[in-house]
Design a protein around this ligand. Sequence first.
Ligand SMILES: *[C@@H]1O[C@H](CO)[C@@H](O)[C@H](O)[C@H]1NC(C)=O
Ligand SMILES: *[C@@H]1O[C@H](CO)[C@@H](O)[C@H](O)[C@H]1NC(C)=O
Length: 172
Amino acid sequence: MRIVLVLSLAAALCAVLFAGPNPKPTPKPRPTKAPVQSSCKAIWLFTTPCAEINSTLIQQVKVFSPNAGCGDCNYLFVSADNVTLTVDHTSADGFGAETISFKFTPSLLAPGCQMFVQSQSIGPTTTTDDAINYCNIYNLLTGSGLDLQPGFLDKTNKWVCPAIALTKCTTQ
Ligand SMILES: *[C@@H]1O[C@H](CO)[C@@H](O)[C@H](O)[C@H]1NC(C)=O
Ligand SMILES: *[C@@H]1O[C@H](CO)[C@@H](O)[C@H](O)[C@H]1NC(C)=O
């Protein structure tokens, strides 16, 4: 009985002496949040005149109109002048709305067109808005086949369009 007590005391002492410093609590990983960015911007370069790109896009907006009955479509022509084509888009769930602008600059040297493209959320935004804004412009691009034009160049990056790295867009 006594021996057992002594042994267990010795064991307890050893445990205290040799336990060493408390291990540091391992830091919890920070929750990774999707980047919150309520717009997507790009520069598109074409070797065809702006007027042609303009009418192809307007045509595609009509094809992707709310009346077309496709889930991701819901594009609405707003206005067009010599410089800017403006289009609205509403999300399939009806909660999000974005405005899309295409600013045309004719190329000076050869027949060609440079475009500043932007989709921007209107009103409150959520973490998924950058994907919506990205898909808004790329669905129009690929839907119209303009991305297949010879000489087409797409200049954007994840700083002005974060969803570019995350998302594959689908037109329905
Ligand atoms: C785009 O087309 C519309 C409608 O025809 C026209 O009013 C506008 O000037 C055109 N814009 C460009 C840049 O060609
Ligand atoms: C658009 O361009 C046409 C032809 O270049 C010109 O006649 C017209 O005045 C321009 N319209 C605007 C609003 O700049």
